[in-house]
Design a protein around this ligand. Structure first.
Ligand code: SF4
Ligand code: F3S
Ligand code: FES
Length: 248
């Protein structure tokens, strides 16, 4: 059964903007992205919203809906109370380009700073071997769709642009953990995770885990184990002595 949905959508650009009221005819079973598309089709053809798959898999339609970072294509209108106004705003941690589209290039710049997977040489028979438990651990991390909802919700950069140069954010702590826990990888990224990625600035609020649409246990399975490894490397006396000798 159809009904009229009351919406407020942020419209503007890098110089400023405001919430604009819309009354949108919607159908039962629709999602927030359907309502935004109807606004584009019938009321404001120039409304900018980024999307691609409409299936929760491309990570493009990330917005903030009633103040919570969410995928617009996976947020059912039935989530809201009868008569509740649905407010859609751009991701707060990133600069606005136009309307709901933000410039997320900070994330790609961070990605470039992480040394790539560097596997050990192949064994004589040419076949890499891994324990099944290691395969499964990595699979959870590789479910990431790079929606950057965890990045925008993290208080370390959400309202603190000045922290970005020294903080990579939860999505990239996940990447550090994925590579660091890979049994065939030969790089040691623990010092980088501390000094360049700023993992020490994370105080385990777990907001990133709460918003992850893939249900990845970012804090418990990636950040905390990574913090432990970083501490081991920094304070373990044998490692410390080894580093000293190596430096001579
Ligand atoms: Fe999105 Fe989750 Fe990946 Fe963060 S870890 S970018 S919330 S899928
Ligand atoms: Fe930020 Fe997640 Fe840590 S929200 S503070 S990275 S637990
Ligand atoms: Fe692809 Fe929403 S449009 S995740």
């Amino acid at each position: 059964m159809g009904y009229d949905l009351q919406m407020k959508v942020w419209r503007g650009d890098a110089t400023g903007g405001e919430l604009v009221d819309y009354t949108v005819p919607v159908e039962e079973g629709e999602v927030v992205l359907d309502a935004l598309h109807r606004i584009q089709a019938t009321q404001s053809g120039d409304l900018a919203v980024r999307w691609n798959c409409k299936a929760g898999k491309c990570g493009s339609c990330s917005t903030e809906i009633n103040g919570k970072p969410r995928l617009a294509c996976m947020t059912r209108l039935s989530t809201f109370e009868d008569g509740e106004t649905v407010t859609v705003t751009p991701l707060r941690a990133f600069p606005v380009i136009r309307d709901l589209v933000t410039d997320v290039s900070y994330n790609y710049k961070v990605a470039e700073t992480i040394p790539a997977f560097a596997p050990e040489p192949r064994p004589a028979d040419g076949a890499y071997r891994m324990q099944q438990v290691d395969v499964e651990r990595g699979q959870e991390f590789r479910k990431c769709i790079e929606c950057f909802l965890c990045q925008t919700v993290c208080h370390v950069i959400r309202d603190h642009e000045e922290n970005k140069p020294q903080f990579s954010g939860p999505r990239f702590f996940l990447r550090y953990a994925e590579l660091e826990m890979h049994p065939l990888d030969t790089n040691d990224r623990r010092q980088l995770a501390r000094e360049q990625a700023g993992i020490g600035l994370c105080n385990i609020t777990k907001c990133c885990t709460e918003v992850c649409p893939e249900g990845i246990h970012i804090t418990d399975n990636a950040i905390i184990p990574m913090k432990e490894r970083v501490v081991d490397r920094s304070f373990d006396p044998v490692t410390w002595l080894g580093r000293k000798i190596f430096r001579r």
